[in-house]
Design a protein. Structure first.
Length: 141
């Protein structure tokens, strides 16, 4: 099973999780927004990411609850013995592992897919579906 993961975070140099989206190849989706230090956000994040927050009901998740929500969702959608968490950047995996207190289920494996992403197809997907970029659930889809 493949699950595509994307995160948004405060800054590339010292990333703090803002939100996380996952889209399974079977169609299920996960999305959560967590508290974050707004003052630590880069100008890019302030302009492109923050305006996209608070658009999904029940997306807010206290940070201590995030790991449980992720693990519960993964157990519900898991269809095979192994799950590959596909990321296009190592920071996505790092923030995912951190959200799980570095207790990633042994059946979850990281798969870096950065080289497999065709930017024109990604752009076309966002345009055809009227979805803004830099919203992690949209990007995971």
């Amino acid at each position: 099973m493949l699950i595509f993961l994307d995160t948004e975070f405060t800054d590339l140099l010292d990333p703090v999780l803002i939100s996380m989206g996952m889209a399974a190849d079977s169609g299920e989706e996960f999305y959560a927004e967590v508290p974050f230090p707004a003052a630590a956000c880069s100008p890019f994040v302030r302009e492109a990411v923050l305006p996209l927050l608070c658009q999904y009901p029940n997306a807010y998740c206290p940070l201590p609850d995030l790991g449980t929500r992720i693990t519960t969702w993964l157990q519900i959608v898991k269809r095979r013995d192994e799950v590959f968490i596909c990321v296009d950047h190592q920071t996505d995996w790092d923030l995912f592992a951190d959200a799980l207190n570095y207790r990633v289920p042994p059946w979850c494996h990281r798969r870096l897919v950065e080289e497999n992403i065709m930017e024109l197809l990604r752009y076309d997907f966002h345009q055809k579906n009227g979805l803004p970029e830099h919203h992690e659930l949209n990007d995971a889809q």
